[in-house]
Design a protein around this ligand. Structure first.
Ligand code: HDD
Length: 691
């Protein structure tokens, strides 16, 4: 051991003299004797160029950053597995669906779209939902979002869409926000985006957690069985945790309180063994069904309502392991929709087709080498054998001289390398008869893509009333940040086609006249409503508090029995009790015992919890009446429509926070656990002016 504070040589810590795993070396494996001092000519002299230890360390550091993703830069990921429920060989020859119980490893990355890699987790934004399945027939990447439709019908528009939503080119702001001129200018001029805009302005884009989001493959794909028969398919992920969102004011405050809120939530849940799970479902249909629909299944701005075609569960995904290293895995993972396996195939969706080029190209730019597939997180878990060779950062060391195909080297007893496999190999489905005919070369959109409003109307009208109010609120909020009046007017004209009442509410919220409806390319139809699209009172609304965080506010003197019973009840229901106290060391309860705190009050506003319990004595209440953070803690929980359980002695704090009695305000033991599972939407009109 070196001496403490030995500033002349090493760092004073433990040193290793032999070639062990702990020995600090350069990247060339040369042992480093001193990691604290540069090589100098004399103790106070100039640094020497020959100091290769210094040069290598700083050189590597200077190159640590790689270009961030142009979209979806901010992401969080986890490892896990997919387990198939049944043998789906009647529909597909894909290896991962070949038998009940078959497990395939996955790596799943969730992301926001617009913000940079260092932006916050809770802006109003679409979330990416990308899954890499490491199947025995190679990697399949299902690169979807938490919304089942997209803004545009054709990939050629993607750069314009993204330029418009990102920070404005001259100003460099706003970061991670769609509420600005250029985005709404593009949207107003792009009626096909209207359906997506309804979703983007709904509570779906302010999710409570990455664990409480649905996921969608969006495009129509094909499943192809061993006989070459094809079935169209849409993929759905449904969270076992239920779907849950935040209030806008809550999302804004979370951004300040914990910019990493979603990343932390996912990491901690997995770390504690509470593994999030999603069910994979399919809507499988044939060409006849596709032809019977009043919209085109190749158009990514359309859904097929579940009421029309139920989602059939085919397996589940469990995320059970955090990445070991954020950069090596979450940052370097390279999803490509073109990564498809035998048994699954593309459709002619023009948005999907454009994506097939973009992702491979972007990975070369981001990761710097055509060999990015060799990075461990991207490497298939089945053998990879071909004659592709060399390139930057080649990791493989092929043997022999067979680097071309066909070859007859085996006849001379040499290693000949792999051969193509016509039977088991990936074969492209020829498509339907009409698609096989060579048409004229055209830059044209089919007539069947012309209806931009009917499904937007169906979505809006299918929502529960509070959700409809939130859509109107979000539109007013976003358009109020738009300086260009003609842009607001154009968006309003488009909204009239969706729902005249919605348009009138938004116009009123902006204090602007309601314009005439914009012209439509096809008549707007009243489609059957789809209640399955709701979050509130929808099929995936959570029923209990399992996996949630319930904050318990305590201070010195809090009743020991009541507090301990409450914590027991919360944990018994499968939730996490987060003890919040004025001091991190904890609070001395009425029986003299010390209850350690998980968080200090100033650092844990109630926006971070799903519900709050206030377990205070009269003295504790008197003290916290003078603490704005405590008053705000309760006020926000009430304003964000959460359950509040409180001891009788805490009443003065509730009064000061403006809490009014309703079904969501309970004692500590009478119905609090049930209440904590819900949001109290009836309370909302009393706490917020909704358009
Ligand atoms: Fe994309 C990333 C999802 C259309 C071009 N996209 C990216 C990611 C997701 C999606 C989840 C992040 C993957 C990760 O975690 O690394 N993108 C979608 C969905 C779309 C879509 C659901 C429509 C249905 N994307 C789309 C189009 C284009 C791109 C039309 C270009 C023509 N997307 C990209 C990209 C990105 C990307 C620029 C940036 C980083 C990356 O690929 O790996 O190539």
């Amino acid at each position: 051991m070196a001496k403490d504070n030995d500033f002349t040589t090493g760092n004073g810590g433990e040193t290793h003299q032999t070639a062990t795993a702990e020995r600090l070396t350069t990247n060339q494996g040369i042992p480093v004797s001193d990691n604290q001092n540069q090589l100098k000519a004399g103790a106070r002299g100039p640094v020497l160029l020959e100091d290769f230890v210094l040069r290598e360390k700083i050189f590597h550091f200077d190159h640590e950053r790689i270009p961030e993703r142009i979209v979806h830069a901010r992401g969080s990921a986890a490892h896990g597995y997919f387990e198939s429920y049944e043998d789906l060989s009647d529909l597909t020859s894909a290896d991962l669906f070949s038998e009940a119980g078959k497990r395939t490893p996955v790596f799943t990355r969730f992301s926001t779209v617009a913000g940079g890699a260092g932006s916050v987790d809770t802006p109003r934004d679409v979330r990416g939902f990308a899954v890499k399945f490491y199947t025995q027939d190679g990697n399949w990447d299902l690169v979807g979002n938490n919304i089942p439709v997209f803004f545009i019908q054709d990939a050629i528009k993607f750069p314009d869409l993204i330029h418009s939503v990102k920070m404005e080119a001259d100003k460099g702001y706003p970061q991670a926000a769609s509420a600005h001129d250029t985005f709404w200018d593009f949207i107003g001029l792009m009626p096909e985006s209207t359906h997506m805009i309804m979703w983007a302005m709904s509570d779906r884009t302010i999710p409570r957690s990455l664990r409480t989001m649905q996921g969608f493959g969006i495009h129509t794909f094909r499943l192809v069985n061993a006989e070459g028969q094809s079935t169209f398919v849409k993929f759905h992920w449904k969270p076992k945790q239920g779907v849950q969102s935040t209030c806008w004011d809550e999302a804004v405050k979370i951004a300040g309180a914990d910019p990493d809120y979603h990343r932390r939530d996912l990491f901690e849940a997995i770390d504690m063994g509470d593994f999030p799970e999603w069910e994979l479902g399919i809507q499988a249909f044939d060409e006849e069904f596709a032809d019977s629909l009043p919209y085109d299944v190749l158009d990514s701005t359309k859904i097929i309502p579940e009421e029309l075609l139920p989602v059939r569960p085919i397996g589940r995904m469990v995320l059970d392991r955090n990445p070991d290293n954020f950069f090596a895995e979450t940052e370097q993972v390279a999803y490509c929709p073109a990564n498809i396996v035998p048994g699954i195939d593309f459709s002619n969706d023009p948005l999907l087709q454009g994506r097939l080029f973009s992702y491979l190209d972007t990975q070369l730019k981001r990761l710097g080498s055509t060999n990015f597939h060799q990075i461990p997180i991207n490497a298939p878990k089945c053998p990879v054998m071909n004659f592709q060779r060399d390139g930057h950062m080649q990791m493989a060391v092929p043997k022999g001289r067979a680097n071309y195909e066909p070859n007859s080297l085996s006849q001379a007893g040499e290693e000949a390398g792999p051969r193509e496999c016509p039977v088991k190999g990936f074969t492209t489905h020829p498509g339907r008869a009409a698609e096989q005919e060579q048409g004229d070369k055209l830059r044209i959109r089919p007539e069947s893509f012309a209806d931009h409003y009917s499904q937007a109307r169906m979505f809006f009208r299918s929502l529960a009333e509070p959700e409809q109010a939130h859509v109107a609120f979000a539109l007013v909020f976003e358009l109020s940040k738009v300086g260009l009046e003609h842009v607001r007017t154009r968006v309003l004209s488009n909204l009239v086609n969706v729902d005249p009442d919605l348009a009138a509410r938004v116009a009123d919220g902006l204090n602007m006249p309601l314009p005439k409806a914009s012209e439509t390319a096809a008549p707007v139809q009243d489609l059957d409503l789809s209640p399955a699209l709701r979050i509130i009172e929808g099929p995936l609304e959570p029923e209990d508090i399992e996996g949630r965080s319930i904050a318990v506010l305590v201070a010195d003197g809090s009743d020991a029995d009541a507090t301990k019973a409450l914590i027991g009840a919360i944990e018994g229901a499968g939730a996490r009790a987060v003890i919040v106290a004025p001091k991190i060391g904890g609070a001395k309860l009425s029986d003299g015992s010390l209850l350690k705190a998980d968080a200090q009050l100033a650092g844990y506003p109630s926006v971070l919890a799903d519900a709050i319990a206030v377990s205070l004595s009269a003295e504790g209440t008197a003290m916290l009446l003078k603490e704005a953070a405590a008053v705000q803690f309760v006020m926000d929980a009430f304003g964000h429509l959460k359950a509040i359980g409180a001891s009788d002695a805490a009443k003065p704090l509730l009064d000061k926070a403006g809490v009014e009695a309703d079904a969501g305000v309970t004692g500590l033991d009478d119905g609090f656990i049930d209440a904590a599972a819900k949001r109290f939407w009836d309370r909302e009109p009393g706490v917020r002016m909704l358009p």
